[in-house]
Design a protein around this ligand. Structure first.
Ligand code: TYD
Ligand code: MG
Length: 453
């Protein structure tokens, strides 16, 4: 505005307004507008010291990585914890963040100095947990503190190589008036720690709690500031936990790490497919094994579809572990191309083992589970299927076929139903394993049998 000297900025989301507002119209937060001066700098135009360089002449950086003692975590980090990197580990309360970090601290502290800062638990509680996990923590330092300036002062003295902050929401600084856990406090505390890490080459793990709707509370802003964002997921009722990278400046974001929460802490599950397969019921309709790639790793999952006559005017559709609208599309394809009457039935689809199937190659196994569910015919335990399904019911080729077939064979599947285009002379399997190439969805029906009594 011409002549205006100040403006109002929402400290939560950065929205601006020429007047003070009680409630931010963008973010919905109350009392979050600060008045700031609009200054026009009259500084002379700066001569940049940075010169453009040829891309081909740039040298590759060498990242030094520390092993955390957990291969599952190292893989998600891109091969280990990069020195001087800042990682945000987020997840719901009680999922196992503190447990995981205490476990890796024990391993890292054998070669590096580690400081574990807890603002949530007392030293006694932490000692108790360490005892339960069988951790001695000979060279592990523990600090229970919620003031970020005190934490930094302690860091300056100890000069740890790795710092764990459990959690970032408990840290605050007396230099800001807003309450502990508020966005300003979280952001400023994270900023100070990141600056410290970059100055001293220390690696930092920030624990962040997520809110009910899945956002990292106080706020998404942290995601932009850190080098890697890891999500720790899992159901409270189920002991399996999955770590997923949402962002990683030093590796791929496709990889996942699988753990199981036991009474002695988190144990790695290097072969998640085996766990899923071991729990499979046999001679049941509506169940089909599929295989999706998670980064470089093929993971076998079991898809279960329960199809029952509906008692409602509109049939119910519930889907867990797969995209709802993709399921609706597959159902529509099966109705149109095979004539199955799903509109008279409720459909409940579930992916066992907690893996989210976010790859089109899951289509074929899902369609087969649906067909098996509605016809009450059984897909034998030896069968596994993968392939993408198009709107005409055609089965399209998928990537990484060698990996998928190898994993299926390793787990004892003897009949692999896959897209015809993927069956090439270069695809070799051991004797006793049958490759069934299909080009349309109706070709899978003869592979289903009546239930044995
Ligand atoms: P915790 O690491 O405290 O979760 P977070 O830091 O994410 O809030 O884990 C808490 C849960 O884990 C708690 O419900 C108890 C369970 N647990 C085990 O089952 N086994 C163990 O060895 C430990 C230490 C915890
Ligand atoms: Mg905790």
């Amino acid at each position: 505005m011409k002549g205006q000297k100040t403006t109002f900025v929402c400290r939560e989301c950065g929205a601006t307004s020429i007047k003070w507002l009680g409630k931010c119209p963008d973010f919905g937060s109350w009392d979050s507008f600060d008045e700031i001066a609009i200054e026009k700098k009259n500084a002379p135009i700066r001569q940049s010291q940075n010169k453009a360089e040829k891309f081909s002449e740039l040298t590759l950086p060498e990242y030094m990585r520390a092993k955390t003692g957990m291969n599952e975590l190292d893989r998600v980090l891109g091969g280990g914890l990069v020195d001087g990197s800042v990682v945000l580990l987020s997840g719901e309360p009680g999922i196992g963040k503190s447990t995981l970090l205490l476990q890796i601290c024990d391993v890292i502290s054998r070669t590096k100095s580690v400081l574990y800062v807890s603002g949530e638990e007392s030293k006694g509680q932490l000692k108790l947990r360490a005892k339960r996990l069988g951790i001695n923590g000979e060279s592990l330092y523990l600090l229970t503190e919620t003031d970020v300036d005190s934490v930094l002062a302690e860091c300056e003295g100890l000069k740890p190589d790795v710092i764990i902050i459990d959690s970032i929401q408990t840290l605050s600084s007396g230099r800001f008036t807003s309450a502990q856990g508020s966005i300003t406090q979280v952001r400023e505390s994270a900023m100070e720690l990141i600056n410290y890490a970059k100055r001293n080459g220390a690696s930092v793990f920030l624990v962040g709690h997520v809110t009910k709707d899945g956002a990292i509370s106080g706020p998404k802003i942290l995601e932009h500031m850190v080098d890697a964002v890891l999500y720790f997921e899992g159901e409270r009722t189920n002991s399996y936990r999955i770590i997923r990278a949402i962002k990683n400046r030093f590796g791929s974001t496709n990889e996942i790490g699988v753990f199981e929460m036991r009474d002695t802490g988190l144990a790695e599950i290097p072969n998640p497919s085996e766990v899923v397969i071991a729990e499979r019921p046999s001679n049941t309709s509506g169940s089909c094994a599929g295989c999706v790639m998670q980064g470089t790793r093929p993971i076998i999952s079991e898809i279960q579809a329960l199809v029952t006559k509906t008692a409602y005017p509109t049939a119910k559709r519930t889907c867990d572990g797969f995209d709802n609208s993709r399921m609706a599309l597959l159902i529509a394809v099966l109705e149109k191309r095979i004539g199955l009457k799903f509109y008279e039935n409720d459909v409940y689809l579930n992916v066992a083992g907690g893996i989210y199937l976010n790859e089109p190659s899951a289509d074929l196994s899902i369609a087969m589970a649906l067909i098996s569910g509605i016809t009450d015919k059984v897909i034998s335990d030896e069968i596994i299927a993968f392939g993408e399904i198009g709107l005409s019911g055609e089965v399209r080729a998928v990537s990484h076929i060698d990996y998928r077939v190898k994993e299926a064979v390793r787990l004892g599947f003897t009949k692999i139903i896959l897209p015809k285009k993927n069956v090439t002379p270069s695809l070799k399997v051991s004797s006793g394993v049958e490759l069934v190439g299909v080009s349309n969805i109706y070709e899978v029906i003869p592979h289903m049998v009546n239930k044995s009594k």
